[in-house]
Design a binder for this molecule. Structure first.
Ligand code: HEM
Length: 245
């Protein structure tokens, strides 16, 4: 029986790897602090200052997460072949490539790719979309909940009573706010909070699936996906479909 030769290929460049690990750890922290916020009553966190501090901590980690995500979108114009938008967005032959890849998986000898295989590309697309919505809804909640940038000043100016300095409006403090405008703001931010919460559950689910899939690939010794995200190099048996760099 002839053995396929295993070769190592350059895949993820350094900025893409840095993005990935900052993204991974910031999401992990956001989920952790988010869950503490969600179960604050059960955890005995009742004092308002502590609740605000938790939100502030979540938002500061959220800024790191958002800046990293924005940086990744910019890098997709400049990075190596596997860092580009073409690796993230479906091209015009995407469905044909996906079907052909799925057929090869069914047949027991999956086509090999240096970058994402067509099925992986689909999950990457969904994950990025969810992350962008999490960042946007999070930033809106940060502005409307605790008057943090970039929308905090607009929210505070909107709810401040006539003649009150918007900078003096504090989270959870209704003394200087116009009650009607505060209600309107609450009605606006509620659905945004619901999207943020339910998408965070969805993200927890896909993050678990993603981790399970890469650990399985790592243990099977086929690609070493975790190692590839650390070293930037991927081992592939046979000829990859997406060529060498
Ligand atoms: C993938 C990233 C994120 C995850 C998994 C996540 C998760 C969560 C969770 C579980 C909650 C609790 C929901 C609740 O109390 O109803 C929450 C609330 C919140 N998040 Fe995030 N979050 C993320 C990103 C962000 C970002 C980027 C920001 C802003 C920069 C942000 C700002 C907020 C704010 C202000 C709240 C409080 C909303 C409220 O009290 O209802 N989040 N987040």
């Amino acid at each position: 029986m002839s053995e396929l030769s295993v070769k190592e290929y350059k895949v993820w460049d350094l900025p893409t790897r840095l993005f990935h690990w900052i993204n991974f750890f910031s999401i992990l922290l956001l989920m952790f602090v988010g869950l503490v916020m969600l179960y604050k009553d059960a955890l005995g966190i009742q004092n308002v200052e502590a609740k605000i501090a938790l939100k502030q901590l979540h938002v500061i980690i959220g800024y790191i997460f958002t800046i990293n995500l924005a940086w990744r979108a910019i890098w997709a114009f400049f990075g190596n072949k596997h860092a580009r938008w073409t690796e993230i967005l479906p091209g015009k032959n995407y469905l044909v490539e996906l079907k052909s890849y799925l057929r090869s998986v069914k047949s027991g000898s999956p086509k090999q790719f240096i970058g994402h295989n067509p099925a992986g590309k689909f999950s990457v697309m969904v994950i990025y979309l969810v992350l962008v919505i999490m960042a946007v809804t999070g930033l809106i909640r940060a502005g409307t909940d605790i008057y943090f940038p970039p929308f905090g000043t607009i929210a505070a100016e909107y709810v401040a009573k006539d003649g009150v300095d918007p900078a003096s409006i504090l989270p959870y403090d209704k003394t200087n706010v116009n009650p009607e405008k505060y209600q309107t703001l609450s009605a606006f931010k509620r659905p945004i909070g619901i999207i943020h919460l339910y998408l965070s559950y969805f993200l927890m689910l896909i993050a678990l699936l993603h981790i399970a899939a890469v650990v399985k690939a790592e243990l099977s010794g086929s690609h070493g996906l975790v190692s590839a995200m650390l070293s930037g190099r991927k081992r592939i048996a046979g000829t990859p479909e997406d060529g060498d760099l």
